[in-house]
Design a protein. Sequence first.
Length: 428
Amino acid sequence: MASGNSEATVTAEESVERAPDSGDGPGLADRDRTVRWLAAVLSLTAGAVHFGYTPHHLTEDWAHGWFFVAIAAYQCLFAVLIVARPRRWVWASALVVNLGIIATWLVSRTVGLPFGPEALRSETFSAPDIVSSLLEGIIVILAIVALAVPALLQRPSRDRVSLRFAALALGTVAVVLGALMLTPTYTSAHEAAGHAHGDAITVDSPTPCELSGPPASPGQVATDAEGHSHRGPSPQVVLSQAEREQLATQQELARTVVAKYPTVAAAEAAGYKMSTAFVPCIGAHYTNMRYAIAFDPARPSELLFDGTSPTSKIVGLSYLVFHLGGPPEGFAGANDLWHQHNNNGGLCQKGGVVIGGEAMSAEECEAIGGRKVALDNVWMLHDWIVPGWECSWGVFAGECPELGGRTGGTAWDEPAPGSIGARLTAVE
C-alpha cells in the first residue's frame, strides 16, 4: 500500500511537470490545454503591440527601445513554449516577467523611472499601454493558478463547451484590441504624445503642435539620415562659409516678404488666395500660383498665417514650386528638405482649396464634394523666419512645434476634442 501511494504521488507530480502528456487523452486536462492556449494568444498579442511601438521608442532612447524588443521577444517565446513544452518554470517565468513589466509601467506612469532621458518624470497613461498591461495581468492570474493549484487544471472539465467558448471570446477580444492599438489612430497619438508629463510643458514635453494632434500629412514629418520618418527636429548638415553667406543673403530677401504681407488682408490684396484652412503645426496657407513656376526667395508662392481672418498674422513662408525630375535648387546648403503630398492619391481638393488630407479615401473625398489630386511634380518647403515664430525644429522643418491650435480655427484656440492636448487637460 505504501509503495502504491508513493507511486501515485510521483505520478501526480510528473503530471504537473509534463502537462502535454497528461492533457492529450480524450476528455483529460481540457482545462489545462485551454488555459495554455489562452495564455499563448494573450502573450502573442501583447508581444505584437510591444513590437509595434518599438521603432518609436528606439528613436527616443536606445534603452527604452531595446527594453521593448526584449519583452516582446520573450512574450512571443513564452507563447510557443507554453503550448509546445509546458513546464512549471515556463509558468514561473511568465509570472515574474509580466509582474516586472506591469510594475515598471506603473512606476513610469506615477513617479517616473529613475533612469533614462525621462528620469523621475511621470508619463501619461495611453490606450496601448493599458491594453498591454491588462493582457499581462490576465497572464499573471493564469500563471498563479497553474503554479498554485495545478490539480485544478488537470481535472477533466465537466463543461468543456463553456470553458472553450469563454477562452475563445476572451482571446478574440484581446486580439481585436491589440490590432486596434496598432492602427494609425493610436500609433500617431502615441508618437505625438511621446513621453508626456502632467506638469508644465518643458523642452522634453509635448509641444503645442504635438498637443493639437498627429501630423497633418506624412509629407510634414522629418526623415533622418537612415530614411526613417520621425516627428521632431529636422536633421541638420553643417554648411560651408560660402553656403552660409549665400543662405544669409537669401533669407534677407525672404524676410522682406514678411514685412510686405503681415496680415491675411495684405496677402489677399497682393493676389494670394486661401488654399487651406488653419492647420496646427503648419498654419493657414495662402497661395499665389504665379510664383510657383520657379524658386525665388523674395517671391514665395505661399504665405502661412495663424488664422484665416483679415487680421490674422503671418507666421511663416512656404515655397510651392513646379519642378520636373525632383526637387528644385532652393536655399544654399543641404538643410532645405523639400516634400510632397502624394500619398494615397494626394490631397482632397475642392475649388483650389484643400478640404481633406492624404489619409482620406477617394470615396470620402467625393462625399464632401472634392476629388483627390496627386501633384507629382510639385515640391514644397517651409521657411520659418517670422520674428516670434522661429521654429525650434529647424528653419526648414516640415512642422513648427510652437504652432498649436485647432484645425479650421486659429493658432490660439484650445486643442480640438479627442486630441492629445484635450485628453491631457481632461486628466488634469
